[in-house]
Design a binder for this molecule. Structure first.
Ligand SMILES: Cc1ncc(COP(=O)(O)O)c(C=O)c1O
Length: 304
C-alpha cells in the first residue's frame, strides 16, 4: 500500500498534508471550477470529455489552469497511475479536478501580481453502496423549495463547487423523506436537475430531458444520448413540468458515480407502475456492456 498522493500546484503531496491558502479564491470567493471523472475496471471513462467540459467552464469563468487540455490529460493519467496500486481489482476511483483562480486579495478584490491558479487533482475510492438499492427499487424524487439559479445569474453549464444551493435543496427534500433525492425546479417552475445529476423521463417509449438552459451538460447525460441512439429510442431535450413526471412511465437520474439511478416515486406519487421500467433497465444493461462492468453488481458488491 502506497500513500494516496494528490497533485497540488506542480507537486505530489500526501492527501492529508495537501493545504491551500486561506486567501485562495476557492475560500474568499467560492470560485472553484471542478470535474469528477470515474474509472471502470481502473480505466478512466470519457476523461477527455470531462476535461473538455472543464476547459469550457474555465473559459466561461474567465480564469485558466495554466496548462493546455492535453497537458491536463497527461497529468491526470499520471496522478491515477501513481495511486492505482492502492486500488483492488473490484474498486474503482473518482478522479477529481478542482481549479481556482489562486490567491485573491479580499480587500481590493484583485489578484496579487504573479498570482497563479491553484490546480488540484485528487483520486478517491468510489463507494457505490449508497445507490445499490436504487437500481432495484428506484428512489423517491422530491422537489425542494429552493430553486436553481437562472442562467442569467450563474450558468449551470459551468461545473463549479459553489454547492450551497444544492446542499440546501438536498437537505430540504431529506426533511420529507430521509432517502429522497432532490429534483430542483428553475424559477419558472420547469424541471432542472439533481444536486449532482441530470434527470430523464420515459413516456410512450420516448425519452425526454431538460435542455441545458437550466442544467449541467452531464457527461452521463451525453452517454444516455449515445446509448439511446444505439437502441433506437428517441430522445428529446425540452421544457418539462412536474405534471410530466407524475404522468411518465419511467424516470431516472444520471451521474458519473452511479451512471443511472431509477426514480419510482415523485413527491409521494408512484411513477408508472412503481417498478424500475424496461427502458431504464435496457439503458443500464447497454451502459454495463459499454464499459465491460456489471454496474448493478458492482454497486451490490460495494455494500459487503
Ligand atoms: C449539478 C450537477 N448536475 C449534473 C451532474 C451530472 O454530471 P455528470 O454526468 O458529468 O457527472 C453533476 C455532476 O456532478 C452535477 O454536479
Amino acid at each position: 500500500m502506497t500513500e494516496n498522493l494528490v497533485y497540488l500546484n506542480g507537486e505530489y503531496v500526501p492527501a492529508n498534508e495537501a493545504k491551500i491558502s486561506i486567501f485562495d479564491g476557492a475560500i474568499s470567493l467560492g470560485m472553484t471550477v471542478t470535474e469528477s471523472t470515474r474509472t471502470f475496471a481502473h480505466q478512466p471513462f470519457r476523461l477527455r470529455d470531462h476535461l473538455d467540459r472543464l476547459f469550457l467552464s474555465l473559459k466561461a469563468a474567465r480564469f485558466d489552469a495554466g496548462m493546455t487540455v492535453e497537458e491536463m490529460e497527461q497529468l491526470t493519467l499520471e496522478v491515477w497511475e501513481k495511486n492505482r496500486p492502492n486500488y483492488d481489482a473490484g474498486t474503482d476511483a473518482w478522479i477529481v479536478h478542482n481549479i481556482t483562480p489562486g490567491q485573491w486579495v479580499p480587500s481590493s478584490g484583485q489578484k496579487p501580481p504573479g498570482s497563479k491558479p491553484t490546480v488540484m487533482i485528487i483520486t478517491l475510492p468510489l463507494d457505490l453502496s449508497y445507490w445499490a438499492d436504487f437500481y432495484r427499487v428506484g428512489c423517491h424524487a422530491v422537489t425542494p423549495f429552493s430553486r436553481i439559479q437562472p442562467a442569467q445569474s450563474l450558468d449551470a453549464r459551468i461545473k463549479n463547487r459553489s454547492r450551497f444551493l444544492y446542499t440546501l435543496a438536498e437537505s430540504e427534500v431529506k426533511l420529507v423523506d430521509p432517502m429522497a433525492q432532490s429534483l430542483l425546479l428553475d424559477t419558472d417552475g420547469f424541471l432542472s436537475e439533481n444536486k449532482g445529476g441530470n434527470f430523464f423521463l420515459v413516456t410512450n417509449n420516448r425519452i425526454r430531458t431538460p435542455s441545458t438552459i437550466n442544467c449541467l451538460n452531464g457527461i452521463s447525460r451525453q452517454t444516455i444520448f449515445l446509448l439511446a441512439e444505439k437502441l433506437n429510442i428517441p430522445v428529446e431535450e425540452c421544457q418539462l413540468l412536474p405534471y410530466d413526471v407524475i404522468t411518465a412511465d419511467e424516470a431516472f437520474f444520471t451521474s458519473t458515480p452511479y451512471c443511472i439511478m431509477p426514480a419510482t416515486k415523485f413527491n409521494g406519487t408512484i411513477i408508472g407502475d412503481g417498478q424500475v421500467g424496461p427502458i431504464t433497465k435496457k439503458l443500464l444493461a447497454a451502459w454495463s456492456h459499454l464499459v465491460g462492468i456489471d454496474i448493478l453488481e458492482q454497486a451490490q458488491a460495494s455494500r459487503k
